[in-house]
Structure formats: structure tokens, C-alpha cells
Design a protein around this ligand. Structure first.
Ligand SMILES: [Zn+2]
Length: 321
């Protein structure tokens, strides 16, 4: 009986000790974990790793803010910027990083800028075939054209046009303000008088070197000039006009004739291909044919004739001087 009682008491004591022991162990573990966690978060913080393409740019705290900044840059509303293309957009990945890591939002934006291609929209004012001049807005362009028209109305039959130009290379575009544009255009108009024939401003149909000049040679008259160029080089008419002949014409091979009005006609001989048809209206921008060596020709070139009131002129009085 006594033995049984002692035994029961022992069991109770043992149970209490066990519970006490387990509870304490748990407490210590929890405290230790909290301590470790505090140590951990005091050393590390969550940040977004930013990569562009293969390159790691840095870490940022606020991903949404950076995305917004990049988006604002892409949608820049500058009157000269047509659009901005970004090759690779930044990618974000959440990481735990050391407290000493700093936010590199600025580097991310700089990298995006460096890698992007900005396309600008400018307005080219063209007078005859002279080098165009550029202004920033359509309003400015219209104003310059209006001033030119008022100033030269009735004096010269000037072809003035405004064209939208998209470019990513501003350095090779001469961007100028209105007052400068005006001055330059004035001087251009004077030089343009030389390339005007019966009031029609002429421009080069192709670029190239004159290999055979106008005039008498070897007992016959060369009625135009020969301009050497590769087979397939696009030919533009010297000015706007109407196509009055297309087809094979003896020594000319494939010939195109364009009538520009005011008694001015131009001939384009030896073409490898004719791209227009008789009766078609053309502008300087139209490709009327391709350089070739058809007819009486020994190599690819353009034979160009300019007629004024039915009489052949030396083209080099106007072009390829
Ligand atoms: Zn010729």
C-alpha cells in the first residue's frame, strides 16, 4: 500500500519536471529565434535587383516608382520628340540585400536613356533642289514659307515645300531657329536662279560624276550629259511634271521624257527599267526609272538632256556644274 503511494507521487513529480523542462526549452527557443530574426533584419533589407538585358544595374527600393519614372521618360512630350524606343526594359527581382546597398534609381534611368533610340520630328523647308533647312514646328515652317512667298511672289517661280522629317541623328541635321532659316533661304534663292530654266527649278536626277559633256565631239553633237552610276540607281525627274514618252528609242535605249511646263522638257536615256507610264504625273520624289546601259551605250550611265522651248541646252549650265 505504501509502496504504491510513493510510486504515484514520484510519477507526478516526474511529470511536473518534464512539463517544466519542455516549457522552458520552448521559451528559450522562441527567444533565440526572435533574437536571430532581429539580428538578421538589422543586417538585411528587401530590395529589387534591376537587370537590363544581361547587365545588373543595381538595386531599388520602390519598384513601382522606378517603373513610373521609366514610363514617363518613354512618353516624353517634347514637341521635337516623335517617339522613344527602348531596346530592353528593366526587369525586377526581389532580394534580401545588405543595409549598405544604396538605391540606384538614377543609374537605372540613365542606362535606359543610354540604350534608347530617340526619333525626332522636324520640318524641312525645301526651296528648289537646295539643301533643306529645318525648323522645330509646323507653325514656324508655315510662317517661313509664307514670308518667302510674299517676298518673292511674281519675281521667281519658286517651288517651296515643307516636309516632315523623322530622324534619330540630330547632329547631321542642321537645326536652326527661324531668323537663321530666313537668312539662309534668302541666299539660297539667289543661287537657285542659276538652276531655274523658264522659271522651273531643276534638281539632279541622280548623284554621280559627269563622264561625257554636252557639245560637239567626234563630228557629232552630244545633246546631253552622261552621268556614271551603277545599274539600278533610281532616277528622279529634275522637277515635277508629266511623262510624255516611255519606251525604246533608237540609240537612247529605254527613254523617258518628262514635260515640266513652261517649255521645259527633260530626257532620261539608257534606263535598265522604266517605272512610269506615258501621261503619268510625277514629282521630284517619284522614281521614274533605273540607270542602265540600254541602247547605244558601253557602260551603265544616265544620259540626261534638257530642252528649253524645243532646243537642247547644256545641262551643266544648271546642274552638275
Ligand atoms: Zn549621252
Amino acid at each position: 500500500m505504501l509502496h504504491q503511494k510513493i510510486s504515484k507521487e514520484r510519477i507526478i513529480i516526474f511529470r511536473r519536471a518534464t512539463i517544466y523542462y519542455i516549457t522552458n526549452t520552448l521559451k528559450i527557443t522562441v527567444v533565440a529565434m526572435v533574437l536571430i530574426f532581429i539580428m538578421f533584419i538589422s543586417k538585411y533589407k528587401p530590395m529589387y535587383k534591376v537587370t537590363i538585358g544581361e547587365e545588373t544595374i543595381g538595386y531599388v527600393t520602390n519598384k513601382d516608382k522606378v517603373e513610373q519614372i521609366v514610363e514617363d521618360y518613354i512618353n516624353t512630350q517634347d514637341e521635337n520628340i516623335a517617339f522613344i524606343e527602348v531596346k530592353d526594359l528593366p526587369k525586377y527581382e526581389l532580394n534580401l540585400v545588405g543595409w549598405n546597398i544604396e538605391d540606384s534609381t538614377n543609374s537605372v534611368l540613365q542606362k535606359v536613356k543610354d540604350e534608347s533610340v530617340v526619333t525626332y520630328l522636324l520640318y524641312a523647308i525645301k526651296v528648289g533642289d537646295e539643301q533643306p533647312q529645318y525648323v522645330s514646328t509646323l507653325e514656324e515652317a508655315k510662317q517661313v514659307v509664307e514670308e518667302l512667298k510674299n517676298e518673292f511672289e511674281g519675281i521667281l517661280d519658286l517651288k517651296i515645300g515643307v516636309e516632315e522629317v523623322f530622324t534619330s541623328d540630330l547632329e547631321n541635321i542642321q537645326s536652326i531657329d527661324m531668323s537663321v532659316a530666313k537668312v539662309n533661304l534668302d541666299t539660297e534663292i539667289i543661287s537657285n536662279c542659276d538652276s531655274a530654266i523658264n522659271g522651273i527649278i531643276l534638281s539632279k536626277p541622280i548623284s554621280g560624276i559627269v563622264t561625257y559633256r554636252f557639245g560637239p565631239r567626234w563630228g557629232r553633237t552630244h545633246k546631253g550629259i552622261d552621268i556614271a552610276a551603277n545599274t539600278g540607281t533610281p532616277i528622279h525627274p529634275c522637277s515635277d511634271g508629266t511623262v510624255t514618252f516611255t519606251g525604246w528609242y533608237g540609240g537612247y535605249g529605254n527613254l523617258i521624257i518628262v514635260d515640266h511646263g513652261n517649255g521645259v522638257q527633260t530626257y532620261y536615256g539608257h534606263c535598265s527599267k522604266i517605272c512610269v507610264s506615258t501621261g503619268q504625273e510625277v514629282t521630284r520624289d517619284t522614281i521614274i526609272g533605273l540607270v542602265g546601259s540600254t541602247g547605244n551605250s558601253t557602260g551603265p550611265h544616265l544620259h540626261l538632256e534638257i530642252l528649253k522651248d524645243g532646243v537642247v541646252q547644256n545641262p551643266q549650265n544648271y546642274l552638275y556644274k
